[in-house]
Design a protein around this ligand. Structure first.
Ligand code: NAP
Length: 268
């Protein structure tokens, strides 16, 4: 079984551990490190994984090192474990930190180290994540397959070129917030129509969950799903016309563009 070192047991680190254990990965082959000892102990107790306060000890012998620390800490972390990675035969170092490039990772590690850059999104906290993974130049097919398998424990995976990462951020990394905003706006609209806020919240969030499930089912594309509920001359088309006239489609084009631009700026 693939041995995995999870460096940083915060929200994303825990989501990864939780998904791996739930999908049958042996907890004994997972080691977590975390700066605050109480948090580390909590994860060890909750999931039965190994833990240490020594990042090098966790990395030694691991097939995959999953870096789940904040972006600002990644380069220092890689330099800290660089010699240990060098001692291993084929450790793949995976960063889930936004904006940290493959080149930055490769520069901080011994020459030839296989590295993978991943952009996850927060639905991975409930096993519904969408991760995009870009392999570095030294990653073998077998190593990439192992990384994909690890990420599938918390949702879906798409393998992309690193040059697509900014667009990926606009479409998946940041997009859950767009859907939350739409749901929030619909709740306010319901309150304006006279519904109690708790009722409006239940209606809008359950509709979002249901629509998401239909999309996830994958039998019909979004256009078919929308036209299926748009009776000629009916209520839904009246609402859709207002959204189109308010420039919704253009707003998403512009939002995605801004998001990708910002991602590119942060990656510099
Ligand atoms: N695309 C997305 O939607 C998305 C969403 C979330 C996260 N991410 C990425 O995922 C990464 C993790 O995010 P998060 O939300 O899980 O952050 P978080 O909850 O703050 O977790 C980071 C963890 O790393 C630990 N840590 C920091 N320095 C460490 C060190 N030197 N050794 C061991 N552990 C250390 C921290 O411990 P202490 O708290 O004890 O310091 C903390 O528990 C980030 O890089 C972020 O960019 C992406």
């Amino acid at each position: 079984m693939t041995s995995i070192a999870v460096i940083g047991g915060g929200k994303i680190g825990e989501a990864l551990i939780s998904g791996l254990v739930a999908s049958g990965h042996d907890p004994a082959s997972i080691t977590v490190t975390n700066r605050t000892p109480s948090r580390r102990e909590e994860l060890i107790e909750k999931y039965g994984v190994n833990g240490t306060d020594d990042n090098n000890r966790a990395v030694a012998g691991a097939d995959i090192v999953a870096l789940c620390v904040k972006p600002v800490g990644v380069t220092a972390m890689l330099e800290e474990v660089s010699d240990t990675v060098d001692d291993n035969d084929s450790t793949t170092v995976v960063s889930l930190a936004a904006g940290v490039t493959l080149a930055q990772m490769e520069e901080s590690l011994p020459a030839g180290t296989p590295v993978v850059r991943v952009m996850p999104n927060t639905p991975m906290l409930v096993g519904k994540g969408m991760s995009a993974a870009a392999p570095g130049r030294y990653v073998s097919d077998e190593q990439m397959a192992a990384v994909e398998e690890m990420l599938r424990a918390v949702g879906e995976v798409a393998v992309v070129a690193e040059s697509d990462m900014d667009a990926v951020t606009a479409l998946a990394g940041s997009s859950p917030a767009y859907y939350f905003l739409v749901t929030e706006a619909l709740i306010d609209a319901g309150v304006q129509l006279g519904l109690k806020r708790d009722v409006a919240t239940k209606l809008a969030t359950t509709a979002a969950e249901g629509a998401g499930a239909l999309l996830g089912h994958g039998e019909d594309d979004p256009t078919t799903l929308r036209t299926n509920v748009s009776s000629p001359g009916g209520t839904t088309v009246a609402a859709l016309r207002e959204l189109e006239e308010s420039g919704l489609r253009g707003a998403f084009f512009r939002a995605a563009e801004k998001c990708a631009q910002r991602s590119a700026e942060l990656g510099k």
